[in-house]
Design a protein around this ligand. Sequence first.
Ligand code: ADP
Ligand code: TYD
Length: 202
Amino acid sequence: MRGYFITFEGPDGSGKSTQIKLIKEYFEKKGFDLIITREPGGTRISEKIRDIILDNEHTEMDYIAEALLYAAARAQHVSQLIKPALEEGKVVICDRFVDSSFVYQGEGRGLGKCVKEINDIAIRGFMPDVTFLFKIDPEIGNMRIKNKNRLDMEKIDYHRIVYNAYLKLEKEYPDRIKGIDAGRSIDEIHEEIKEYLEKLLK
Ligand code: ADP
Ligand code: TYD
Protein backbone atom coordinates (compact mmCIF):
# COMPACT_ATOMS: atom_id res chain seq x y z
CA MET A 1 0.00 0.00 0.00
CA ARG A 2 1.27 3.47 -0.90
CA GLY A 3 2.05 5.69 2.09
CA TYR A 4 0.91 9.28 2.59
CA PHE A 5 2.61 12.17 0.87
CA ILE A 6 2.12 15.49 2.70
CA THR A 7 3.62 18.79 1.62
CA PHE A 8 3.85 22.22 3.23
CA GLU A 9 3.78 25.37 1.09
CA GLY A 10 3.63 29.10 1.59
CA PRO A 11 5.76 32.23 1.70
CA ASP A 12 9.20 32.16 3.31
CA GLY A 13 8.87 32.70 7.04
CA SER A 14 5.24 31.56 7.14
CA GLY A 15 6.05 28.90 9.76
CA LYS A 16 6.27 25.71 7.69
CA SER A 17 9.42 24.26 9.29
CA THR A 18 8.14 25.09 12.78
CA GLN A 19 4.93 23.12 12.15
CA ILE A 20 6.74 20.24 10.45
CA LYS A 21 8.81 19.72 13.61
CA LEU A 22 5.61 19.55 15.69
CA ILE A 23 3.85 17.22 13.29
CA LYS A 24 6.88 14.91 13.31
CA GLU A 25 6.30 14.31 17.02
CA TYR A 26 2.60 13.72 16.37
CA PHE A 27 3.27 10.98 13.80
CA GLU A 28 6.04 9.39 15.84
CA LYS A 29 3.77 9.10 18.89
CA LYS A 30 1.28 7.27 16.68
CA GLY A 31 4.02 4.86 15.58
CA PHE A 32 4.13 5.87 11.91
CA ASP A 33 7.25 5.26 9.85
CA LEU A 34 8.05 8.79 8.84
CA ILE A 35 10.38 10.70 6.54
CA ILE A 36 10.84 14.44 6.86
CA THR A 37 12.46 16.13 3.93
CA ARG A 38 12.65 19.43 2.08
CA GLU A 39 13.00 21.06 -1.31
CA PRO A 40 15.21 22.04 -2.88
CA GLY A 41 17.20 19.27 -1.19
CA GLY A 42 16.54 16.01 0.59
CA THR A 43 19.32 13.95 -1.02
CA ARG A 44 23.07 14.47 -1.32
CA ILE A 45 22.88 15.60 -4.95
CA SER A 46 19.73 17.70 -4.45
CA GLU A 47 21.33 19.51 -1.48
CA LYS A 48 24.30 20.40 -3.71
CA ILE A 49 21.91 21.79 -6.31
CA ARG A 50 20.19 23.72 -3.47
CA ASP A 51 23.49 25.41 -2.59
CA ILE A 52 23.90 26.53 -6.21
CA ILE A 53 20.34 27.87 -6.45
CA LEU A 54 20.25 29.77 -3.15
CA ASP A 55 23.81 31.19 -3.21
CA ASN A 56 23.55 34.96 -2.62
CA GLU A 57 26.41 35.52 -5.08
CA HIS A 58 24.61 33.87 -8.02
CA THR A 59 22.78 37.05 -9.02
CA GLU A 60 23.25 36.35 -12.76
CA MET A 61 21.25 33.09 -12.71
CA ASP A 62 19.03 32.68 -15.77
CA TYR A 63 15.36 32.03 -14.90
CA ILE A 64 15.13 28.93 -17.11
CA ALA A 65 18.34 27.59 -15.58
CA GLU A 66 16.82 28.23 -12.14
CA ALA A 67 13.62 26.35 -13.03
CA LEU A 68 15.59 23.43 -14.46
CA LEU A 69 17.82 23.25 -11.37
CA TYR A 70 14.78 23.06 -9.06
CA ALA A 71 13.33 20.35 -11.32
CA ALA A 72 16.66 18.47 -11.44
CA ALA A 73 16.91 18.52 -7.64
CA ARG A 74 13.31 17.29 -7.51
CA ALA A 75 13.87 14.46 -10.01
CA GLN A 76 16.70 13.10 -7.86
CA HIS A 77 14.66 13.58 -4.69
CA VAL A 78 11.62 11.75 -6.05
CA SER A 79 13.56 8.80 -7.46
CA GLN A 80 16.00 8.35 -4.59
CA LEU A 81 13.86 9.17 -1.55
CA ILE A 82 10.17 9.99 -2.05
CA LYS A 83 9.15 7.20 -4.45
CA PRO A 84 10.85 4.35 -2.51
CA ALA A 85 9.52 5.63 0.83
CA LEU A 86 5.93 5.88 -0.41
CA GLU A 87 6.17 2.44 -2.00
CA GLU A 88 7.27 1.07 1.37
CA GLY A 89 4.12 2.58 2.92
CA LYS A 90 5.89 5.39 4.80
CA VAL A 91 4.55 8.85 5.51
CA VAL A 92 6.60 11.45 3.64
CA ILE A 93 6.45 15.06 4.81
CA CYS A 94 8.09 17.55 2.51
CA ASP A 95 8.83 21.24 3.15
CA ARG A 96 7.87 22.62 -0.32
CA PHE A 97 7.41 20.60 -3.52
CA VAL A 98 6.26 21.17 -7.08
CA ASP A 99 3.67 23.85 -6.16
CA SER A 100 6.64 26.06 -5.22
CA SER A 101 7.93 25.79 -8.80
CA PHE A 102 4.47 26.56 -10.21
CA VAL A 103 4.23 29.77 -8.19
CA TYR A 104 7.85 30.98 -7.89
CA GLN A 105 9.09 30.04 -11.38
CA GLY A 106 5.83 29.77 -13.34
CA GLU A 107 4.24 32.99 -12.05
CA GLY A 108 6.99 34.84 -10.15
CA ARG A 109 9.52 34.51 -12.98
CA GLY A 110 6.78 34.52 -15.62
CA LEU A 111 7.85 31.24 -17.21
CA GLY A 112 4.29 29.94 -17.46
CA LYS A 113 3.33 26.46 -18.61
CA CYS A 114 6.81 25.12 -19.39
CA VAL A 115 7.34 24.83 -15.62
CA LYS A 116 4.60 22.21 -15.44
CA GLU A 117 6.04 20.38 -18.42
CA ILE A 118 9.56 20.07 -17.01
CA ASN A 119 8.22 19.12 -13.60
CA ASP A 120 5.92 16.44 -15.01
CA ILE A 121 9.10 14.75 -16.21
CA ALA A 122 10.76 15.21 -12.80
CA ILE A 123 7.97 13.95 -10.51
CA ARG A 124 6.76 10.92 -12.50
CA GLY A 125 3.22 11.10 -11.17
CA PHE A 126 4.13 11.45 -7.48
CA MET A 127 1.83 14.26 -6.38
CA PRO A 128 1.04 14.98 -2.71
CA ASP A 129 -2.13 13.56 -1.11
CA VAL A 130 -2.50 16.74 0.91
CA THR A 131 -0.77 20.12 0.81
CA PHE A 132 -0.99 22.59 3.70
CA LEU A 133 -0.80 26.12 2.33
CA PHE A 134 0.39 28.63 4.93
CA LYS A 135 -1.40 31.88 4.26
CA ILE A 136 0.26 35.02 5.51
CA ASP A 137 1.11 38.40 4.02
CA PRO A 138 4.53 37.81 2.41
CA GLU A 139 5.87 41.00 3.97
CA ILE A 140 5.13 39.69 7.46
CA GLY A 141 6.67 36.31 6.57
CA ASN A 142 9.78 38.03 5.24
CA MET A 143 10.19 40.04 8.45
CA ARG A 144 10.31 36.78 10.45
CA ILE A 145 13.36 35.43 8.54
CA LYS A 146 16.77 35.97 10.12
CA ASN A 147 19.28 34.76 7.49
CA LYS A 148 17.97 35.71 4.08
CA ASN A 149 18.97 33.72 0.94
CA ARG A 150 18.98 34.84 -2.73
CA LEU A 151 15.23 34.26 -3.11
CA ASP A 152 14.28 35.92 0.18
CA MET A 153 16.08 39.07 -1.04
CA GLU A 154 13.83 39.41 -4.11
CA LYS A 155 11.62 42.51 -4.13
CA ILE A 156 8.32 42.40 -2.27
CA ASP A 157 6.44 42.69 -5.61
CA TYR A 158 7.86 39.30 -6.60
CA HIS A 159 6.69 37.76 -3.33
CA ARG A 160 3.22 39.26 -3.83
CA ILE A 161 2.89 37.74 -7.31
CA VAL A 162 4.00 34.41 -5.85
CA TYR A 163 1.52 34.67 -2.99
CA ASN A 164 -1.40 35.48 -5.29
CA ALA A 165 -0.40 32.50 -7.42
CA TYR A 166 -0.61 30.29 -4.30
CA LEU A 167 -4.14 31.57 -3.63
CA LYS A 168 -5.07 30.75 -7.22
CA LEU A 169 -3.69 27.20 -6.84
CA GLU A 170 -5.70 26.75 -3.64
CA LYS A 171 -8.91 27.53 -5.58
CA GLU A 172 -7.87 25.29 -8.46
CA TYR A 173 -7.14 22.22 -6.29
CA PRO A 174 -9.52 22.48 -3.31
CA ASP A 175 -9.43 18.70 -2.71
CA ARG A 176 -5.66 18.60 -2.28
CA ILE A 177 -4.71 22.04 -0.97
CA LYS A 178 -5.82 22.97 2.55
CA GLY A 179 -5.35 26.65 3.36
CA ILE A 180 -4.07 27.49 6.86
CA ASP A 181 -4.28 30.94 8.45
CA ALA A 182 -0.59 31.27 9.37
CA GLY A 183 -0.99 34.56 11.22
CA ARG A 184 -2.15 32.77 14.38
CA SER A 185 -0.13 31.28 17.25
CA ILE A 186 2.08 28.23 16.72
CA ASP A 187 -0.23 26.15 18.98
CA GLU A 188 -3.43 27.13 17.19
CA ILE A 189 -1.96 26.23 13.82
CA HIS A 190 -0.65 22.91 15.13
CA GLU A 191 -4.09 22.00 16.50
CA GLU A 192 -5.77 22.69 13.17
CA ILE A 193 -3.26 20.60 11.23
CA LYS A 194 -3.59 17.75 13.74
CA GLU A 195 -7.39 17.77 13.47
CA TYR A 196 -7.17 17.67 9.71
CA LEU A 197 -4.70 14.77 9.76
CA GLU A 198 -6.85 12.84 12.27
CA LYS A 199 -9.67 12.85 9.72
CA LEU A 200 -7.39 12.02 6.83
CA LEU A 201 -5.79 9.04 8.57
CA LYS A 202 -9.09 7.45 9.61
P1 ADP B 1 9.35 28.76 7.06
O1 ADP B 1 9.84 27.35 7.23
O2 ADP B 1 7.98 28.82 6.46
O3 ADP B 1 10.32 29.63 6.31
P2 ADP B 1 9.82 28.99 9.94
O4 ADP B 1 9.07 27.87 10.55
O5 ADP B 1 11.30 28.83 9.78
O6 ADP B 1 9.19 29.40 8.51
O7 ADP B 1 9.50 30.32 10.78
C1 ADP B 1 10.15 31.56 10.51
C2 ADP B 1 10.31 32.31 11.85
O8 ADP B 1 9.04 32.66 12.37
C3 ADP B 1 11.00 31.49 12.94
O9 ADP B 1 11.81 32.35 13.68
C4 ADP B 1 9.85 30.95 13.77
O10 ADP B 1 10.22 30.74 15.11
C5 ADP B 1 8.80 32.06 13.66
N1 ADP B 1 7.42 31.53 13.68
C6 ADP B 1 6.97 30.34 13.22
N2 ADP B 1 5.63 30.23 13.38
C7 ADP B 1 5.21 31.38 13.94
C8 ADP B 1 3.92 31.89 14.36
N3 ADP B 1 2.80 31.17 14.21
N4 ADP B 1 3.85 33.12 14.89
C9 ADP B 1 4.99 33.86 15.02
N5 ADP B 1 6.24 33.47 14.66
C10 ADP B 1 6.35 32.23 14.13
P1 TYD C 1 14.24 28.02 2.01
O1 TYD C 1 15.23 28.74 2.83
O2 TYD C 1 14.15 26.56 2.10
O3 TYD C 1 12.82 28.69 2.24
P2 TYD C 1 11.68 28.26 3.25
O4 TYD C 1 12.31 28.09 4.59
O5 TYD C 1 10.68 29.35 3.19
O6 TYD C 1 11.12 26.99 2.66
O7 TYD C 1 14.49 28.47 0.51
C1 TYD C 1 13.85 27.91 -0.55
C2 TYD C 1 13.57 29.02 -1.53
O8 TYD C 1 13.42 28.48 -2.84
C3 TYD C 1 12.27 29.75 -1.23
O9 TYD C 1 12.44 31.14 -1.43
C4 TYD C 1 11.31 29.25 -2.27
C5 TYD C 1 12.20 28.88 -3.41
N1 TYD C 1 11.72 27.79 -4.27
C6 TYD C 1 11.42 28.05 -5.61
O10 TYD C 1 11.54 29.18 -6.08
N2 TYD C 1 11.01 27.01 -6.40
C7 TYD C 1 10.91 25.73 -5.95
O11 TYD C 1 10.54 24.80 -6.70
C8 TYD C 1 11.23 25.48 -4.56
C9 TYD C 1 11.12 24.10 -4.00
C10 TYD C 1 11.63 26.54 -3.76
